[in-house]
Design a protein around this ligand. Structure first.
Ligand code: C2E
Ligand code: CA
Ligand code: CA
Length: 672
């Protein structure tokens, strides 16, 4: 898995959870802030209200003092507005002389309505009361400074500055005990000038927040708590939605669209988990690629939805065959993956064979073909994707699609892969640098045993690998299409040398060149080859084109049309490796060929001598009657030469006479 993909997965995993948590934290912070603002505003309001009341009271008192002229006496008459609730707040009073020294002071622990009742009658009807406080009232005595240094505005400031709701919370907490006492108090002195006499009277008010005030606090807290709860519910719903959305994303990421089962990313994820078991030495694992062959043609025959249903059934069988400590997935098209525990290769192969049988039974009448590639997990720190890829390669290297085989990934296969990479990397440059060389293998006449023709065979003179025979790279080029370029190159080489030799006055012989199956997809193949040959002004009869029977498997009619065109242009067309395939006789019937090249296999194999000879005899006979020439390939012994001579075979190509050779050697061999 690439780093980018890993990061994306991580991001999806984390997505929304952090924003959700941050959301909750922000909400709590905002709620707390609002609560504090509200409480602050409320307490400020209380203080202001009480200050206003106190002012009023003092004003009243001054009015009364002035009106009654009582102020110089040792007693003080206050008229209070009963409703204000401020009477209980007066803490004490004192008399001051003109130098602000305390001359008298008195106070009570707390004035309350009951205290009033002690001294006076309260007139309920007009809600006022006249209070006379006796001269020798017991009470708090005030020190000089305490009494006169506090100024009203300063006190309010102090009050507001020192107001700290957390202190309040502390006080109301049950452990602190709840009582009617003030939980926060501040004192405020009012000084009243006694105009009639020298001196002043000071009255102290105490502003207290009491338990009753906290009713509001509790109300605010409960209200905000409820709001918060509602928000929390909404928030939780949104979090649940996010979780659900994430599950859906996971489904899309890790589930297969076709079967609804696990897909490749899920497989690798689980495989990585199972790797831990390998690391701990608990189990041995192998990864398997299972392929339903001919997937596309099945879709073409039965339709997409039928094959989707089939894939689903196969997936079910595969899932039933996997244990809980094993992994499986539908990778794509007809490919499935499994990661299986195993003790021995034989045991796992047996298990896979049984699975293959189960899978085939799904065909229900129509034959299904499966192939499997297996690769052992050897490196517990490695990447399961790589191992799956090896299993895939092992499966892909099974030649016959219909084989129903199981192939284990091996070192040889790895080397083959590496070689293929190398060939593919080097091929284009090699063509440009002329590393491909044309070798010629002479064909000898049976009467006279002279060079009557030759076949052009390519050799790769690799700068580091040295001499590379075609068997090591032609199949790779056939797979990757480079064979088209290579064959063109060889046709050019043949034409070039023929032109050279003709211009030198040599008596040239026809040279055959191999035309790969892939060329026949080109409708203008005959014209294409003719144009190359014509560019060297070489007579067409000097060139022979060898095609293999396998070209027959493609579009037969196109092949026949091309061959006919080649012949019209004057090229000799031969069928290579005649007898090596399965339908040689058939192609003989339909293809109007000029030459057949008997495959070397006819002359190999011990014990089969007589039968082989019989077939060769009959084939030569048949070909002759069809007006064809015959070339025998791979002839290595004198006996074989004598036999072919007797049967009037036209040409012989084989090591007995000569191996493929470079052009300069061929010149000596053919023209001397
Ligand atoms: P082929 O076309 O059937 O070529 C004949 C092969 O038989 C050649 O192998 C040749 O060296 C070999 N041979 C000839 N006489 C004897 C003999 O007496 N004994 C044995 N054991 N072998 C003999 P080579 O050159 O290795 O080529 C192998 C195959 O590679 C060719 O089979 C052909 O299919 C392919 N090939 C070679 N050059 C080209 C090319 O330029 N284009 C294409 N498309 N294929 C080529
Ligand atoms: Ca050939
Ligand atoms: Ca051949």
């Amino acid at each position: 898995m690439t780093d980018r993909r890993k990061k994306q997965l991580q991001r999806i995993k984390k997505a929304h959870i952090w924003p959700s948590l941050v959301g909750i934290i922000i909400k709590i912070a905002v709620m707390t802030f609002i609560m504090h603002i509200l409480l602050l505003a409320y307490f400020e309001n209380i203080v202001n209200m009480r200050l206003a009341d106190a002012n009023n009271n003092v004003k009243n008192a001054v009015e009364i003092m002035e009106a009654t002229g009582n102020a110089d006496s040792m007693s003080l008459l206050f008229r209070y507005r009963y409703l204000t609730g401020m009477i209980p707040e007066i803490e004490g009073m004192c008399r001051l002389d003109k130098d602000d020294n305390v001359t008298e002071s008195f106070g009570t622990e707390r004035f309350d309505l009951a205290s009033f009742a002690r001294f006076n009658t309260i007139e309920d009807d007009d809600k006022t009361a006249e209070v006379y406080i006796a001269q020798n009232q017991d009470g708090i005595s005030f020190s000089e400074n305490e009494g006169f240094t506090i100024d009203v505005s300063e006190t309010i400031e102090k009050y507001l500055v020192s107001f700290n709701p957390s202190t309040l919370i502390d006080v109301i907490s049950p452990s602190a005990g709840w009582n009617k006492e003030a939980i926060f108090s501040t004192d405020l002195w009012y000084v009243i000038d006694n105009k009639q006499t020298e001196g002043k009277t000071a009255v102290m008010y105490r502003f207290s927040l009491t338990r009753e005030d906290f009713g509001y606090v509790i109300f605010v807290y409960v209200l905000l708590g409820l709001v918060f709860l509602v928000l929390l519910v909404f928030h939780s719903i949104s979090v649940f939605k996010v979780v659900a959305a994430k599950r859906n994303i996971y489904k899309i990421l890790f589930f297969d669209m076709e079967t609804g089962g696990f897909n490749a990313p899920h497989f690798y994820k689980k495989a990585r988990k199972l790797y831990r078991r390998i690391k701990r030495g608990i189990s041995q694992y192998a990864i398997v690629n299972i392929r339903l062959e001919k997937y596309r043609s099945l879709i073409a025959c039965y339709g997409k939805s039928a094959i989707e249903t089939l894939t689903d059934m196969l997936y079910n069988i595969i899932s039933q065959n996997a244990g809980s400590k094993e992994a499986f997935a539908h990778m794509e098209s007809g490919d499935f993956a499994m990661m299986l525990e195993y003790t021995s290769e034989q045991e796992l192969s047996e298990r896979l064979k049984q699975l293959m049988q189960q899978l085939e039974s799904v065909g229900n009448g129509s034959r299904l073909y499966f192939n499997m590639g297996v690769s052992r997990v050897t490196d517990a720190k490695g990447d399961p994707e790589e191992v799956y890829n090896q299993a895939y390669i092992a499966r892909a290297s099974i030649n016959d699609e219909n084989a129903d085989s199981i192939n284990w990934f091996s070192e040889k296969l790895r080397e083959q892969q590496i070689w293929e990479r190398k060939v593919e990397n080097d091929m284009q440059g090699a063509l440009e640098r002329h590393e491909f060389q044309m070798y010629l293998q002479p064909k000898y006449t049976t009467n006279g045993e002279k060079v009557g023709g030759a076949e052009a065979l390519v050799r790769w003179i690799h700068p580091t690998e040295g001499f590379v025979p075609p068997g090591r790279f032609i199949p790779i080029f056939e797979k990757n299409g480079f064979i088209l370029q290579l064959d063109d190159y060889m046709i050019n080489e043949v034409a070039k040398y023929q032109a050279k030799w003709i211009s030198e006055g040599k008596k040239v012989v026809p040279i055959s060149v191999n035309v790969s199956r892939a060329h026949f997809l080109n409708d203008n193949l005959a014209e294409h080859i003719r144009n190359i040959i014509d560019s060297y002004c070489v007579p067409h009869e000097c060139i022979e084109l060898e095609l293999t029977e396998s070209a027959f498997f493609d579009d037969k009619n196109a092949l026949i049309a091309t061959v006919k065109k080649m012949q019209e242009f004057g090229f000799v067309v031969s069928m290579d490796d005649f007898g090596a395939g399965y339908s040689s006789l058939n192609s003989l019937k339909e293809l109007p060929l000029d030459v057949i090249k008997l495959d070397a296999e006819f002359f190999r194999g011990e014990g089969n001598d007589e039968r082989g000879k019989l077939i060769v005899t009959e084939t030569i006979d048949l070909a002759k009657r069809l007006g064809m020439h015959i070339v025998a390939e791979g002839i290595e012994t004198r006996d074989q030469v004598d036999f072919l001579k007797e049967r009037e075979c036209d040409l012989i190509q084989g090591y007995y006479f000569a191996k493929p050779m470079p052009t300069d050697e061929f010149e000596k061999c053919a023209f001397s």
